[in-house]
Design a protein around this ligand. Sequence first.
Ligand code: 5GP
Ligand code: ZN
Length: 112
Amino acid sequence: MENCIFCKIARGEIPAKIVKETDELVAFNDLSPQAPHHVLIIPKQHISTLAEINENNYELMGKIVLTASEIAKELNLEGYRIVANCNEIAGQSVFHIHFHLLGGRQMHWPPG
Ligand code: 5GP
Ligand code: ZN
């Protein structure tokens, strides 16, 4: 999508610290980290929210979770949290699906 910031990162038009990349996915460090390790994992394909996942694209979500667990292993994280905010009321601010991988500090529950 032309003006989507994460599409631009996926196309290499905006710089980001890329952690991992495949034909379908890109993982990069969050600009405003909320933990010592904060990686965003996105599909290269523009999908705005999790509400748009359907039988044609759901496999991408499994690949994202697999990629997150691979990155967590590479970072030697003892534990980690994966978060995906769907729509503004849940805290989504960039409307291109992304999973946050957070680790490197004690986490608390429930989230705000
Ligand atoms: P959301 O609030 O939509 O769940 O998460 C969006 C995330 O994208 C935020 O954690 C924010 O810091 C991050 N972010 C927004 N713009 C950029 C950017 O241009 N580059 C990078 N690396 N992260 C971004
Ligand atoms: Zn996009």
